[in-house]
Design a protein around this ligand. Structure first.
Ligand SMILES: Cc1cc2nc3c(=O)[nH]c(=O)nc-3n(C[C@H](O)[C@H](O)[C@H](O)COP(=O)(O)OP(=O)(O)OC[C@H]3O[C@@H](n4cnc5c(N)ncnc54)[C@H](O)[C@@H]3O)c2cc1C
Ligand code: FES
Length: 257
């Protein structure tokens, strides 16, 4: 069940060129989190009008703490990056529908790109069976060591060739002959579209996590809609990324929206 709490910062560190990791004490929230769900973070000062949606990257049930990993892109994330251990943020979580983990799948393919990578860490921890993980970055990777703990088949791709395979994450999947019974993915929309087409061609079901600008984060304002066409319905319909998603069946997403 979602709750609004004041969460104190346990650790906060820069883990990449423009990438921060923050652990927050979040009692009452961590117990029910499903990988792929997110938190709406309101800054302590309250001077920012809208909360910022950030995926839950990892959960520590013992410590009742959750981790977010984020890039600074504007004023909200800049302010967040300046916060120190012991300070508090107001947080509403867990929000949205996360991934539906297919326990019967023998082998899963996990594909992340850029700031879509963080929510796949908790997912990788929880998925049973064999896993192939493909992560795509513009340049230097982050969270690589964390993912290494969850699969022997971790493949990194960088656009600039600074690490791993040079090219897109999809190029790497083709190069390494990615194979499995189900695909879980999160990343920029053009990447997700290509992953969906790849999965469709191979006949593998795919769950993808979409990102849209958000306001309320709880399904009330309709700012975050995307087009979804259910298999048995004739027409597409608007669905809310914040509450019907962010994770959708890739076959149902209308990409030309
Ligand atoms: C479900 C979901 C999960 C996300 N998870 C992560 C994550 O784990 N790590 C991470 O770095 N980023 C993540 N993002 C993107 C993150 O929300 C934006 O980068 C952040 O809100 C930017 O805020 P800002 O004030 O720094 O930027 P500004 O550009 O100043 O923001 C202005 C407004 O636009 C909204 N906005 C701007 N960019 C985005 C965006 N890409 N998506 C949604 N709203 C946006 C902001 O919330 C704010 O209301 C996620 C977005 C969504 C929708
Ligand atoms: S952000 Fe308001 S309905 Fe999704």
């Amino acid at each position: 069940m979602k709750r609004m709490i004041k969460a104190s910062i346990v650790t906060h560190e820069k883990i990449g060129e423009n990438c921060w990791s923050m652990w927050l004490k979040a009692p009452g929230i961590t117990e029910g989190v499903i990988p792929g769900q997110f938190a709406h973070i309101k800054l302590k000062q309250g001077e920012k009008l809208l909360p910022r949606p950030l995926s839950i990257c990892e959960i520590d049930r013992n410590q009742k703490a959750l981790r977010i990993v984020y890039a600074v892109v504007g004023n909200g994330t800049k302010d967040l990056s300046l916060m120190k251990m012991g300070e508090e943020v107001t947080l509403l979580s867990p929000l949205g529908n996360g991934y539906d983990i297919k326990a019967t799948a023998q082998k899963s393919i996990i594909v992340g790109g850029g700031m879509g990578i963080p929510p796949l860490l908790e997912l990788s921890k929880r998925i049973p069976g064999e896993k192939e993980i493909y992560l795509g970055y513009a340049s230097t990777p982050f969270l690589q060591k964390d993912f290494e703990e969850h699969s022997e088949k971790l493949r990194i791709a960088t656009d600039d060739g600074s690490y791993g395979y040079t090219g897109t994450v999809l190029d790497a999947m083709n190069y390494y002959h990615a194979d499995g019974d189900v695909v879980y993915s999160c990343g920029p929309r053009p990447m997700l579209q290509k992953i969906s087409e790849w999965a469709k061609q191979k006949g593998i079901p795919a769950q993808i996590s979409l990102e849209e600008r958000m306001a309320c984060g709880i399904g009330a304002c309709l700012v975050c809609t995307c087009k979804i066409k259910k298999e048995k319905e004739e027409d597409w319909q608007h669905q809310r990324v914040c509450s019907d998603g962010p994770v959708f069946n890739s076959k149902e997403v209308v990409w030309d929206a």
